[in-house]
Write a protein that binds this ligand. Structure first.
Ligand code: KG4
Ligand code: ZN
Length: 339
């Protein structure tokens, strides 16, 4: 198998229907249909998500193949997200990948969504050699559903050394945003508003969790109670202090993430530090990683913003490692919902 493998990736674990084609490690096409239907409910409604995937999957895959100028028969493999995620959403991508592979005799490879996020660092853009972290490296994986510190020894050998015991960092952003009346998903909105605010104006409780694990539910609760009391005293409190609230909340989340990451890097003696997942788009977190890198002599790897949130290019690049290892999936592979 040479470097010119052509792989179609399919991602449907949550509320983005996505397909991408990789030629070798280089992105040939990428299509993402984000589901607007959830915005008015302030969160993802699983039943609506699977229905939207069902509507989007054919045009999304078709466009990705067309944009890359390849037919299904040209593919060396079809890579799909098997889990974790929402069952009804995963079922659409898994079933579609199986049907497409079977009808054209193309090999199938399955990908764990979280590994996909981490391996997004190895996607090259046309005419652009990207900085790939060397193995072993440490990855802070921060998404809407997961918050983990992972030691990555090779594309297929990863060890989770810390993880959240309750909410994920992205969930903390989204839930706190909802309490402030901001639209879903709240993470990018808080990021934007935080730029105008004072991050030291308000202090929120920092969690005390042993080892390298995280906890974000206490922060969410303390934010909620603080707002409830403040609004009782002054009904326009949120509106009057929105930027400072966002900046202070973002600082609390970023400080929490960085504290354990620094500890883990020291414990494992690793200085190549990467971030991945939707929350790694956060400008406060990116700035903190860069600053900490300068202070501690880390080499820091931040994925291009377009590969931070859910996308199928990361599924295709992770699928490439499976294909090269000869690790094929079977038609009986069922989705799994938990990581
Ligand atoms: O990785 P992702 O697209 O989906 C999951 O696998 O969960 O992550 C989505 C999460 C959401 O919680 C969203 O609010 C958060 O990533 N997010 C951000 C930013 N962009 C996306 N959080 C903070 N700042 C951002 N700029
Ligand atoms: Zn994700």
């Amino acid at each position: 198998m040479d470097s010119e493998t052509v792989i179609l990736g399919i991602e449907s674990s949550c509320d983005d229907t996505s397909a991408a084609v990789l030629r070798g490690t280089t992105l040939a096409s990428s299509v993402i249909a984000s589901q607007e239907v959830h915005v008015r409910f302030g969160g993802v409604i699983p039943e609506l998500a699977s229905r939207a995937h069902q509507q989007n999957i054919v045009p999304v895959v078709d466009t990705a193949l067309r944009d890359a100028g390849v037919g299904v028969g040209d593919l060396h493999a079809i890579a799909f997200t098997r889990g974790p995620g929402l069952l009804g959403s995963l079922l659409v991508g898994v079933s579609f990948a199986k049907g497409l592979a079977m009808s054209h005799g193309v090999p199938l490879v399955e990908v764990d969504h979280l590994r996909g996020h981490i391996l997004s660092h190895f996607i090259d853009l046309p005419g652009q050699q990207m900085a790939h972290p060397p193995f072993p490296f440490m990855c802070l994986l921060v998404s809407g559903g997961h918050t983990r510190i992972v030691v990555v020894r090779s594309p297929r050998e990863m060890e989770t050394v810390g993880s959240t015991i309750d909410d994920a960092a992205g969930e903390a952003f989204d839930k706190c945003a909802k309490v402030m009346g901001l639209p879903y998903p709240g993470g990018p909105v808080i990021d934007r508003l935080a730029k105008e605010g004072d991050p030291r104006r308000f202090d929120f409780a920092q969690p005390r969790v042993a080892g390298l694990d995280y906890s974000f539910s206490g922060l969410k609760t303390s934010f909620l109670y603080f707002l409830r009391d403040s609004v009782a005293a002054s009904p326009t409190f949120i509106e009057d202090n929105k930027a400072d609230l966002c900046a202070s909340l973002q600082r609390a989340i970023v400080d929490t993430l960085m504290f354990k990451l620094v500890k883990a890097a020291r414990q494992f003696g690793i200085r190549d530090i990467a971030a991945a997942g939707g929350v790694s788009a956060n400008s406060g977190l990116r700035d903190a990683l860069t600053a900490e890198g300068v202070r501690r002599g880390w080499r820091v790897y931040l994925p291009p913003p377009r590969f931070t949130t859910d996308n199928a290019a990361m599924i295709a690049i992770a699928g490439r490692s499976e294909l090269l290892a000869g690790n094929f999936s079977s038609l009986s592979a069922a989705p799994y919902t938990r990581g």
